[in-house]
Design a protein around this ligand. Sequence first.
Ligand code: 4LM
Length: 397
Amino acid sequence: MNMNGSKKEMHLSTKVIHAGNSIDPLGALATPIYQTSTFVFSSVDQGASRFAGEEAGYIYSRLGNPTIDVLEQKVATLEKAEAGLAFASGMAAVSAVILGLVKTGDHILCSKGLYGCTYGFFNWLKERFGVNFSFCEMTDEKTVMQALQDKTKVIYIETPINPTMELVDLAMIAKIAKQAGIKTIVDNTFMSPYLQRPLEWGCDIVIHSATKYIGGHGDVVAGLAVGSKELIDEIRLTTQKDIGGILAPLAAYLLIRGIKTLSVRMERHCENAQKVAEFLESHPKIAAVYYPGLASYSQNPLAKRQMDGFGGMISFCLKGGFEAGIRMMNHVTLCKRAVSLGDVESLIQHPASMTHAVIPREKRIQMGISDGLIRLSVGLEDVGDIIEDLEHALLYV
Ligand code: 4LM
């Protein structure tokens, strides 16, 4: 049965608005912010049975909160997952999920590239706790199978990979992981559930830096993880509860509000990014553009298969290399020089010295992050204005 009582599945643009919303006893349309750390028990017996898990109900906001419940349910529904879990940041989600699944001696097989701090976390895990990791260019089944080790516990991927925009075939990875009896974790930050739902392809856990498209307005830092109830409950009761990187109720409210416009925002991000990518590709001072929606993009067929749109992220290099790129970036005015992505404002940044600076240069180059690579998160401004800003900045190169 669906939200309106019919059996027909509702469209995602309806679900972003209605999914997970609970009926407020006082009739509030917007989700109330339960700004409370703790919840009062009617008796000692009630407190004891809640702690024992014999009675449903709230105890303490690190263990559950009604505003956060709405957010978790909403994102789980959008990703077609049984359960969701909200965290204080994307990195809190990444670390809690990984720490909940691996132990010393285990191995994590990663996509060819990863967000800088995810790399930093995996490196720290290796040095301090003996959890190994390696990278693999996941081009075909044979290459991935050969990269698996006896101790591989998890395949961890980004697709598109931040910031190179290379894609990984989700169905292929999920099939290999199932055969090997291991879990697939996908960081879906660049796509949002509106454009890509990895669980539909057989992956096990999806992670988001909700700071990005899910929030969409550059005013919240947050993370999310969704998956089967069994896996998510395990993380909820271990690494989330005991390490404690939970989300605040006010931040959950802002995300619920942001998600309500996810479908219209993502449509416009895709529309704008396609036009900006085509402009950049045709510009004489640009050497290469990486955007899955370009017909010239080598993985365009895979993008069409597993994504419902090509997203708002573009990477590119100038013919004049690093120096030219920096000059161009210093002359934009509408686009803001800032890390992060998925906001209404267009954001431009330099991965080698910013988001991926923590990765040693040699490794960064292997990942495809050259010194001259520039990343643009195309915002929701009028696309003509964005293109004019880029065109003007390119005059200085
Ligand atoms: C950035 N990214 O790229 P929190 N996963 C992916 C990400 O891009 C990020 C995180 C996780 C950027 C931040 C400065 C694919 C972050 C981590 O920042 O902890 O919410 O997410 O510009």
